[in-house]
Write a protein that binds this ligand. Sequence first.
Ligand code: HPA
Length: 282
Amino acid sequence: MPMKRFKKSENPMLNQIKDAVTFIHKRSSMKPEIAIVLGTGLGNMAKKIKTEAAIDYAEIPHFPVSTVESHTGQLVLGTLSGRHVAAMEGRFHFYEGYSLLDVTFPVRVLKELGAKILVVSNAAGGMNLDYPKGQIVLIDDHINFMGVNPLIGSNDDRLGPRFPDMSAPYSKRLMKLTEDAAKGLNLPLRRGVYMGVTGPNLETRAEYRMMRNLGADLVGMSTIPEVIVGVHMGMEILGVSIVTDVCDPDHLEAVDIKEIIRIANEAGPKLDRLLETAIAKF
Ligand code: HPA
């Protein structure tokens, strides 16, 4: 999707969102209340959904076309804990070469389908040394360190404001409900600040040190574009990270992506249980 200037009456994105929604409605008339974006290694949660429709991204009009090296995934519509949900099993990353308009297009479609709440999950590096590997952390604020922004370009007031407020992108109400659910499950849960980078390389020791000094507890290569677009459209947002590698600049071990995915997979069932329980109260 080109980042073009346009006359408001001609904004191509509005029609593209409508095309995608019309197509999805042909497969399921369900109106999701909650949109869920499942992060790396965390896609298994979609299997818990009592599925009405599972639609390959490739079928949905105007969804980004998958690059060779990444398999994209599917949109799962159904019921989880008695709530109507639409879950993205797999997301698009900036480092794969997609524009941020492409990365965030599905979030706009999910909002147009009816979702007022957006839950985003990811695998992240932990700079806060109090977090062990596998720790679940609620994102209570973020630092956009990607050097780009999905809202750059002409703004369409029908989608959201030119200058969205960012004083509280993550919902205190949803965090409190999730913390209550964690207590009930006896699951340790922390809060932290997430810093978003483009990737695809992991960070140097000096970069981790700088990020920690700048106030970040977590670092990852996703989530922030989707959250910015969610805020732009007035969605209530919950962000959750799983710490997959401990980023101590003074004792940094080499990580490889297989290990990151293994830790995310291992912690996945805990996060699934937490979200399943919390979502019932959202
Ligand atoms: N850095 C960036 N992204 C990541 C990391 C990391 O250490 N771990 C998981 N995703």
